[in-house]
Design a protein around this ligand. Structure first.
Ligand code: GLU
Length: 178
């Protein structure tokens, strides 16, 4: 099992998320990442291997703007421990990000269903269905979208999602610093 951290407040999020991830290192992991929101833009940074690599990539988090975000250490169950498969994962429209611990047992069915609706997938993980389900369930109320999406998932999981305060009004501007 790996780890999830989240932060929202007045301080720069990335250094705080990195600190949180370091405290979870003892649980073991193969890759790690952060998604931080700065107004209308979500910046994703992910690496294979140590949190030290993520710190180096983000200059200890100082290079990442934003006061709200989520972080993850991954222990791969579905898909190899690569940067593409590392979390956070973004929805197709780039407005939502997710980190997840556990397994989505019905992910193949959901993936095929979402593909038939035109969604594409960039990773081999079970996790990516969560965030595209959230996109498809979102009609203006984030809480409702989370409940609707969760009701479709089977398995034992914990996840954290991140979205702009008003995703319905935001222009997706994703900065994937991969
Ligand atoms: N099943 C997910 C994956 O393989 C999450 C694994 C975990 O709990 O870290 O990406």
């Amino acid at each position: 099992m790996c780890g999830i951290v989240g932060y929202t407040g007045n301080r720069k999020a990335a250094p705080i998320l990195l600190d949180g991830l370091k405290k979870l290192e003892y649980r073991g992991y193969d890759s790690c990442g952060l998604a931080v929101m700065d107004g209308r833009e979500i910046t994703v940074n992910k690496v294979t291997g140590r949190i030290a690599n993520l710190s180096e990539r983000t200059r200890d988090g100082e290079a990442v703007p934003g006061v709200s975000g989520i972080g993850h250490t991954r222990w791969a169950t579905h898909g190899a421990p690569t940067e593409e498969n590392a979390h956070p994962h973004l929805s197709n429209d780039g407005r939502f990000a997710v980190v997840h611990n556990g397994i989505i047992e019905n992910y193949m069915t959901l993936r095929e269903e979402l593909k038939s609706e035109g969604y594409h997938f960039e990773s081999e993980t079970d996790t990516e269905v969560i965030i595209n389900l959230i996109q498809t369930c979102f009609t203006g109320n984030m809480r409702e979208a989370l409940i609707k999406a969760s009701n479709r998932l089977r398995g034992s999981s914990r996840s954290g999602s991140s979205a702009p305060r008003s995703p319905e009004r935001s222009t997706p501007r994703v900065n994937r610093a991969l």
